[in-house]
Design a protein around this ligand. Structure first.
Ligand code: FAD
Ligand code: FES
Length: 282
């Protein structure tokens, strides 16, 4: 748990392993890291959907979702897209190097409340990072949930994150996985088209169901429209907001959406909370 006497104080963590999820100028690299001080694990407790400020000493820190489920013990995972100063400096790091971790920050997906329900996750690109801990938490507590449907797409097949796990979901009887790419490509055996269209193709039932969607804002907008057409009520739809952040703890006012601080009141919100706040999807 974060040091309450100084919430700006980060822990240091050693990188255990890194690998690229996707190639290119805006590549996504996953970091698996463990706290250098073993005692941190005694009080550290994160839930799916929570984030942390991850930094490189001498450069700075940025907000990332914790992409490992709490059911994966002994390490944290972050999947980071190369965007600018901090993310580029983080991408230079390899196994054995040190990062800083300040957190866990923000709220989480109410997975306890969702027990007994069918869960549909709808992700696009790096948006699968906050959904990964939800999916793996449910897979680790399978008897507590109904059907698990994973809908995930990206521009091309090489832009899909967590490919090994997607293969695993495909072969699992208890998980229903549907993949898409935006553009037709040779050898692609799954859906071709945008994620909101794939959602309509799959048409999950809203009965006793929760839909969670994360990805680019434009995708989220159309996914929510289609979920409503399928009969999902705003209270059954959850998403995350990723407004730019500085302090991450509700002090600086950088991340406001209406009366909400995304860092403290979010990043997880139900659509029922966001639907009357125009800036939320601006
Ligand atoms: C709650 C939350 C969770 C996040 N989770 C992840 C994650 O799991 N993986 C991941 O790769 N990224 C995630 N991000 C985005 C990540 O924080 C930014 O990409 C990062 O701060 C960029 O830092 P930088 O110094 O490299 O870029 P900068 O040099 O600050 O900016 C470079 C470019 O990135 C754009 N940018 C910076 N921050 C954001 C943002 N929040 N949204 C959209 N564009 C931005 C800038 O406009 C600029 O064009 C998350 C953000 C939030 C708020
Ligand atoms: S980032 Fe400072 S108030 Fe949210």
């Amino acid at each position: 748990m974060m040091d309450e006497s100084n919430p700006y104080l980060p822990y240091t963590a050693k990188i255990l392993e890194t690998w690229y999820e996707t190639p290119g100028e805006r590549s996504i690299k996953t970091f698996k890291a463990a706290f250098e001080d073993e005692k941190v694990w005694d009080t550290w407790e994160h839930k799916p959907g929570q984030c942390a400020m991850v930094g490189r000493l001498g450069v700075g820190e940025s907000m990332f979702c914790i992409s490992s489920s709490p059911t994966e013990e002994g390490y944290l995972r972050f999947s980071i897209m190369k965007m600018g100063k901090v993310t580029s400096a983080l991408h230079e790091l390899e196994s054995g190097d040190t990062i800083t971790v300040r957190g866990p920050l923000g709220n989480s997906f109410p997975l306890k409340e969702w027990e007994g329900k069918n869960i549909v996750t709808i992700g696009g690109g790096i948006g699968q990072a906050p959904l990964r801990p939800v999916i793996n938490y449910i897979r680790a507590n399978r008897a507590s949930y109904g059907e698990l449907t994973v809908i995930y797409g990206s521009r091309t097949s090489s832009d899909l994150c967590f490919k090994d796990e997607l293969d695993c979901f495909m072969s699992e009887e208890e998980t229903c996985c549907h993949l898409s790419v935006d553009i037709e490509e040779e050898g692609w055996p799954h859906y071709v088209g945008f994620v909101p269209s794939l959602l309509v193709e799959v048409s999950p039932s809203p009965e006793n169901a929760i839909a969670v969607t994360c990805g680019p804002p434009v995708m989220i907008k159309f996914v929510i429209q289609n979920l409503e057409k399928l009969g999902f009520a705003p209270e059954q739809i959850y998403t995350t907001l990723e407004n730019r952040m500085k302090c991450g703890i509700g002090k600086c006012g950088r991340c406001n959406v209406g009366h909400l601080y995304v860092c403290k009141d979010g990043p997880v919100f139900s659509y029922a909370t966001l639907k009357d706040i125009p800036e939320a999807f601006a």
